[in-house]
Design a protein around this ligand. Structure first.
Ligand SMILES: Nc1ncnc2c1ncn2[C@@H]1O[C@H](COP(=O)(O)OP(=O)(O)OP(=O)(O)O)[C@@H](O)[C@H]1O
Length: 253
């Protein structure tokens, strides 16, 4: 499997409130270099909590997370912000773009924060916009482009700094079926051509079938995992069978 990009050990998360709720109950997981893994499971099983722990948004109650051998939760705020900007890329369901800025400005935002030289920025922008097929959109504002185009731009922003790990939470949740296909083909290219490791939460078996491995979470624990062979259609059927076994609380498909 090569080196591991992400190592999760005995991850536990309790939400403390009037009633304490254990959302994750001891997850062990490893993501190898250049793996593309999808996370599935019933509604409320802990998928987003898992992703948020890895993406350094939500501190675990117990357990350890290592990304490229480093524990992000041991860093101070400034180091953590830097660590996120260099190691991680994020893609969300609702795109999280700045509407009043242009496409180009949105994509360059993470690099501006790191004050990269202008010619280097331009080089990376050109490469990434070519790769994602959005060159002709660069001067448009976000409110002028379609949902599928927005997600392309969000993906460009997430990979422009060449992160070692791309994290995505329901990246196709707000897209129509044609845009879903486009975005998933892009994820595949990012995985195979840019050699970026990907961890993606989805409830959609079709979307998950683009990954090479799927882990299923149930009641805050790892329930099962399946690996894709050569045939994506066959993998899709396997996913459906596993979900049927898993039962309970699936989203409407
Ligand atoms: N901030 C919070 N405070 C208290 N409980 C929370 C909080 N966030 C999540 N939970 C609870 O933790 C459990 C896991 O939530 P999580 O969002 O990780 O599930 P999920 O598998 O992503 O669900 P879905 O598929 O519906 O998005 C749920 O029961 C949820 O109600």
């Amino acid at each position: 499997m090569g080196n591991s990009i992400l190592q999760v050990t005995n991850l536990q998360k309790e939400y403390i409130g009037e009633i304490t709720y254990k959302a994750l109950n001891g997850i062990d997981f490893q993501l190898g270099e250049n793996e593309f893994v999808a996370v599935m499971g019933p509604s409320g099983s802990g998928k987003t909590t898992f992703l948020n722990s890895v993406s350094t948004i939500d501190r675990p109650t117990i357990g350890e997370i290592l990304i490229n051998g480093r524990n992000p939760y041991s860093l101070d705020d400034e180091e953590l912000a830097k660590f996120r900007r260099s190691e991680l890329g994020f893609v969300f369901q609702d795109f999280n773009l700045v509407h009043t800025l242009t496409v180009k400005e949105n994509i360059l935002l993470p690099l501006t924060l790191d004050s990269l030289p202008a010619d280097k920025m331009q080089q990376r922008l050109q490469h990434v916009s070519q790769f994602l097929g959005i060159e002709e959109l660069l001067s448009k504002r976000i409110y002028e482009i379609s949902g599928g185009q927005k997600q392309r731009v969000a993906i460009a922003r997430a990979v422009i700094h060449e992160p070692s790990l791309l994290l995505a939470d329901e990246p196709t949740g707000n897209l129509d079926s044609k845009a879903v296909n486009d975005v998933m083909n892009l994820f595949s290219s990012i995985h195979t051509e840019l050699k970026t490791s990907i961890l993606m939460v989805t409830h959609d078996p079709y979307v998950a079938s683009f990954a090479n491995r799927i882990i299923f979470i149930k009641d805050g624990k790892l329930y099962n995992e399946i690996h894709r062979g050569h045939n994506r259609k066959q993998f899709y059927q396997e996913i459906m069978d596993t979900l049927a076994f898993l039962g309970g609380g699936q989203h409407e498909l």
